[in-house]
Design a protein. Structure first.
Lengths: 59, 558
């Protein structure tokens, strides 16, 4: 499940970067975007962790 | 596009869903029933709206806005999301070829979604019409309805989280079993889709929790409600499209007996790309905000060009897979392979028309999301004119196709009159073309989308009324055909009286043999035609709008 793990971590990284941009650029005036994409990054990181644990338990 | 395929074993839907427990069957039946109920109501409200907009019937002044509110709320929120939850769980169970995991979560989720629907519906039918986004600015004097609609949506969001958790556990369990464990392409797509549903529930909480707290007197007025809505609204665009292509993938797999011709690894990348493209492309929803910084506006314009990349790529994969398998069975001619598809099967007819309407919808979507055109068109009939190609033609018909395949297997009752149901998508398409042509033309001529009485005391342009009549006629046509499809699918909810193991025959192009390299050009040609049409429509839109005496006025929103 290496590919799936990489894809999920990749998604989390992209969302984290976007959340950081919205959080650190107050001129954008859209803190809600940082909250949602940041939470999304955390969720996909958690999903990646779940997949990683599942693959470890299997072997 | 040159492709090579090899046959792989793929159990049909009956085998995949045959191992469901009575409890799972009951859950899926109830969830499917709720989804179809919301669709039937959404269609009824839509018909009333189409009649009012075309001038065929008169309502009391406030009534059309109430109808518009419940139409949008019922169809856009409850139909699209209860259907997604149903299909997600059914496909997840099919991946596992057994019962669903964390069943209690799934049941709690289903109850929460149903409760949310009841609360939202009651609030919208009895309070001030807030439109489907439950806009608190319209309900400043009626906090009860703001709280009711927001509370309903929050229950829906909580329900989706519970259902998604069950789906995640089920797909993960599927990935861990078997001689060569790991996610199938569809399994990974379902896993990612469930995660995206949870994120969208977070977006819903971000949008509606402040409204609920204000309505209950625990917080100040939610001044940022419009911005927070846009985040949720963006996710609500993407999620049903992701669900649609996953359903296409599942149906195509049943048709061909194998997976995608591009391989599972590439399909997984395409499904993941939905999630990569979601956040960066969200900015274009802010184009109507007059205070949006110019840099953000430019960035949003550039990023919006990528908005359909995952959907178009998935379209190419599915079409190429079908074409390659048809050619392997002797199909000839550039488009002759399409005749090999089992069009008499209602699910196939629904999926085919769904793909066609997606291409039409994309052409006009790209006209709308351009920074210079969005302020001119977003508050006009152009918007309902084009998005019904997606919402009805593409997404709803795909969801119905998935239900046509799955529900008969679950209930054991064969699909009602396939010969009738297989013709309905073409009537839907005809209705949509009339509706879309009238609505898009009316939009270009400035007919407002949320003003019902467009007479303006005789000052309105003469063309407005006939164009809106076209909208009404088209709307009635596709609503009628869609209602027949809903009825046909709903019949499959009833358990079979005898032999509950009776299942739907798997739809197949033909028995597959190993396939040599071949050409599959229909998908790329379709995309090229679509891009050319986009250019044509954009140029036409600019020419037309420059010729009209109009001034852009920002504000409002989708």
């Amino acid at each position: 499940m290496k590919q799936e793990l990489l894809l999920l971590v990749g998604v989390a990284l992209v969302w984290s970067a976007l959340a950081a941009v919205y959080a650190l650029a107050p001129g954008l005036g859209m803190p809600g975007y940082a909250r949602v994409w940041g939470a999304g990054a955390a969720i996909f990181l958690a999903l990646a962790a779940t997949v990683w644990i599942a693959s470890k338990n299997r072997t | 596009m040159t492709v090579t395929t090899a046959p792989r074993p793929s159990p049909d839907w009956a085998a995949r869903l045959g191992g469901l427990s009575p409890s799972d069957r009951l859950l899926f039946t109830l969830m499917g029933g709720l989804a179809l109920l919301t669709l039937a109501l959404g269609i009824s409200y839509g018909v009333a709206m189409a009649l009012a907009r075309s001038g065929a019937i008169d309502f009391l002044p406030e009534t059309p806005y109430r109808v518009l509110t419940v139409h949008g709320m019922t169809a856009f929120f409850y139909w699209l999301y209860s259907a997604q939850a149903t299909i997600l769980l059914v496909l997840a169970a099919g991946e596992k070829q057994g019962g669903i995991e964390l069943r209690s979560f799934a049941w709690i989720g289903a109850v929460l979604v149903a409760a949310g629907f009841a609360v939202s519906e009651l609030s919208a039918l009895t309070g001030t019409p807030l439109l489907y986004n439950a806009n608190p600015e319209l309900g400043q004097d009626d906090p009860q309805v703001v709280g009711g609609m927001a509370g309903g949506y929050l229950l829906l969001a909580a329900g989706l989280v519970c259902l998604s958790v069950s789906a995640i556990a089920t797909t993960l369990a599927a990935a861990r079993r078997g001689a060569s464990p790991g996610f199938s392409a569809l399994g990974f797509g379902l896993f990612a889709w469930a995660g995206f549903l949870i994120v969208s529930a977070v977006a819903a909480a971000n949008a509606f929790l402040p409204n609920l707290l204000w309505a209950l007197g625990y917080a100040t007025f939610p001044a940022d409600a419009t911005t927070e809505w846009h985040i949720l609204f963006h996710n609500m665009h993407y999620l049903p499209l992701m669900a649609t292509v996953l359903a296409w993938y599942a149906i195509a797999r049943a048709l061909t007996g194998t997976g995608s011709i591009t391989g599972a690894a590439f399909s997984k990348i395409v499904f993941a790309s939905y999630l990569v493209f979601v956040p960066p492309t969200s900015l274009y929803h802010m184009f109507l905000e007059p205070n949006l910084p110019e840099g953000v506006r430019v960035a949003g314009s550039l990023l919006s060009l990528f908005v359909s990349v995952p959907t178009v790529t998935a379209f190419l994969i599915v079409v190429a897979s079908l074409e390659a398998h048809a050619r392997a069975n002797g199909a000839t001619g550039l488009f002759g392979w399409m005749r090999r598809l089992p069009w008499a099967d209602p699910a196939v007819a629904n999926m085919g028309v769904a793909m066609l309407t997606m291409l039409i919808g994309l052409v006009f979507a790209f006209v709308l999301i351009q920074e210079k055109l969005a302020p001119l068109l977003s508050d006009t009939m152009f918007v309902p004119g084009y998005f019904h190609f997606f919402a009805v033609g593409t997404i709803t018909q795909t969801f119905l196709a998935a239900m046509m395949v799955a529900l008969p297997v679950i209930s054991g009752r064969p699909l009602w009159r396939p010969a009738v149901l297989s013709r309905m998508p073409w009537i839907v398409l005809a209705g949509l073309v009339l509706f879309g042509a009238g609505g898009i033309a009316a939009g270009f001529l400035g007919v407002p989308r949320r003003v019902v009485d467009i007479g303006y005391d005789g000052a309105a342009p003469a063309l407005w009324r006939p164009l809106m009549s076209l909208v009404g006629i088209g709307g009635i046509a596709f609503a009628a055909a869609l209602s027949v499809s809903v009825y046909g699918v709903a019949r499959s909810l009833l358990p079979a009286r005898k032999h509950p193991a009776v299942t739907r025959e798997p739809v197949r192009i033909k028995a597959m043999a190993p396939v040599a390299a071949g050409a599959a050009w229909t998908g790329p040609i379709a995309v090229l035609v679509m891009v050319a049409a986009m250019y044509g429509a954009t140029i036409g839109a600019f020419e037309l709008i420059q010729a009209l005496p109009v001034t852009a006025a920002g504000g409002g929103g989708h």
